[in-house]
Design a protein around this ligand. Structure first.
Ligand SMILES: O=P(O)(O)OC[C@H]1O[C@H](OP(=O)(O)OP(=O)(O)O)[C@H](O)[C@@H]1O
Ligand SMILES: NC(=O)CC[C@H](N)C(=O)O
Ligand SMILES: [Mg+2]
Length: 506
């Protein structure tokens, strides 16, 4: 899902970018990177690992400059090689760097076109490096050494025409400034804010508003779908709609799982949408499960806690935190391999027996995707002595692959693919399973901003808002990105020497 930040400041931005990335760590745990501009030079540090592990004091000292961007990565294309960590860099025109959240669906054909038309070589398998090169090619077209904001917006308009998929991106152009843009469907989130200082106004872009909060920036607004915002090096802000087909279809899974509850996306408080999910699901449970004698509602930490608390309140039942989460283990769903994900559930969660012994428990999760968490958690609840274990999911059955920046490329890895609720119930071993309906999920989210009429809900209904996805495409990504194929590729890649500035002193 990746997290991105960018700051145009009046003093060094390295620490603020670092701090912004740490509060976006939940969006990507695989790699992190920061690039700053110090006078006319880019300084880049990126590598695999968490923010706290990638940047040591010696790197921070070298990341000088009043403007910079940062990225935390959760790979959805290419490999997890550190060369595919972001931001990416191209030297021409001017020197451009870019950080991207999302996933392009036509990266392959764009890459071919970049080579045959623009003679541009893309060295990695990352779709983000393709996006950067498409942008660079368009920015090279005006016959000038000083691009105007209009030149930049014209370039983004062509990028929006050519590129298909989900993208929220922040780029820096040496000698010019910072550019942020969002795909025409607004699939991936992007906000910006400002901070007044004695030396003038500073601007910040980020995937989620929490990053602005952490850095003391005041939220201004969301970047609109198809919009581009350009801030010059000396802090002048310009914005323009750069797509004729802009329409709001934000990814609903941001609200279900990805975003932090204290973020606001497209004017919707993530926390409020989760409470609404709890209300809707609680009402459904009351309607359909009046025969089940539930004693206690227990969340599966961490994302489902707000939802479960509301379900307990609707059902007038006690809410108990029966599982303790090890705070030093990251999110399991966004870990790269199934083996690692599977092992991590028990390392991450442990049951408190007295909350389960002899009870009929209702376990609540925000979503069931591969079923890695739910199957083990049901087993743990039984081991802890539960009488009956019921399971509720605040999101509907996840049946279709995601192609816009969530790593669910393979339908066959989804526990609900081609299965009905009864089969899934049997497969995770619960005594009863209930899912939120899609209309209820949409109602829960859109209640916070009724102006948004459509959401990107492909994982639930197989409808892809960009209109370019067919079964052939899905078969191809299934082949390319299923777990086994990914791990073979990682093995092959590990022998290569990477092009970016690796730190060999460690
Ligand atoms: O069916 P699965 O494939 O297991 O995926 C779904 C689970 O993964 C996520 O939790 P995760 O541990 O990633 O993060 P969290 O601590 O934020 O809940 C999500 O909240 C579900 O619990
Ligand atoms: N999750 C994301 O936003 C991933 C960005 C990009 N597709 C990558 O794999 O690096
Ligand atoms: Mg979870």
């Amino acid at each position: 899902m990746c997290g991105i930040v960018g700051i145009v400041g009046t003093s060094p931005v390295n620490q603020a970018i670092y701090d912004g990335l740490t509060v976006l760590q939940h969006r990507g745990q695989d790699a992190a990177g920061i690039i700053t501009i110090d006078r006319n030079t880019f300084n880049l540090r990126k590598d695999n690992g968490l923010v706290k592990d990638v940047f040591h004091t010696r790197h921070m000292k070298r990341l000088q400059g009043n403007m910079g961007i940062g990225h935390v990565r959760y790979p959805t294309a290419g490999s997890s090689s550190s060369a595919e960590a972001q931001p990416f860099y191209v030297n021409s025109p001017f020197g451009i760097s870019l950080a991207h959240n999302g996933n392009l669906t036509n990266a392959e054909s764009l890459k071919e076109e970049l080579f045959s038309v623009a003679k541009r070589h893309v060295n990695t398998t990352s779709d983000s490096e393709v996006l950067l090169n498409v942008l660079a090619h368009e920015l090279a077209k005006p016959d000038t050494l000083h691009l105007s904001p209009e030149d930049i917006f014209t370039a983004v308009t062509t990028v929006n025409d050519k590129v298909v998929g989900g993208y929220a991106a922040i780029a820096m152009i040496i000698g010019h400034g910072m550019l942020a843009f969002r795909d025409a469907n607004g699939i991936r989130p992007l906000v910006f804010g400002k901070r007044e200082t004695a030396k003038g106004v500073e601007y910040m872009f980020a995937s989620e508003s929490v990053a602005l909060d952490a850095d003391g920036f005041k939220f201004i607004r969301d970047v609109a779908p198809g919009e581009a915002i350009f801030v010059t090096t000396d802090g002048k802000l310009f914005s323009q709609q750069c797509s004729e087909h802009a329409t709001y279809s934000p990814c609903i899974f941001e609200f279900v799982y990805f975003a932090r509850p204290d973020s606001t996306i497209d004017k919707m408080s993530v926390y409020a949408t989760r409470v609404n999910m709890g209300t809707k699901l609680g009402e459904k449970i009351a309607r359909e499960w009046s025969d089940k004698d539930i004693d206690v509602v227990i969340p599966i930490p961490e994302t489902s806690c707000d939802i479960a608390l509301e379900i307990a309140s609707v059902l007038n039942l006690p809410y108990r935190q029966g599982f303790v989460k090890n705070r030093y283990i990251g999110r399991t769903f966004i870990m790269p391999g199934q083996e690692e994900r599977k092992k991590s559930v028990r390392r991450k969660l442990n049951a408190i027996d007295r909350e389960f012994k002899g009870k009929n428990v209702l376990l609540v999760d925000d979503s069931i995707v591969r079923g890695t968490t739910s199957a083990q958690i049901v087993e743990m609840a039984r081991e802890a002595g539960a009488k009956n274990v019921y399971f509720a999911s605040a999101a509907p059955e996840v049946r279709f692959p995601n192609v816009y920046g969530i790593d669910m490329p393979s339908a066959s890895e989804l526990i609900a693919h081609g299965r009905e609720v009864e089969d899934i119930n049997a497969s995770i071993g619960s005594d009863g399973l209930i899912y939120q309906s899609l209309p209820d999920l949409i109602a829960a989210v859109s209640k916070e901003n009724p102006e948004i009429k459509e959401f990107e809900t492909s994982v639930f209904d197989g409808h892809y808002v960009t209109g370019d996805i067919n079964q052939d495409y899905l078969n191809r990504i299934e082949e390319l990105r299923n777990d086994a194929a990914k791990s073979d590729r990682e093995d092959a890649m590990s022998s290569g020497l990477e092009l970016h500035n690796e730190d060999v002193s460690e």
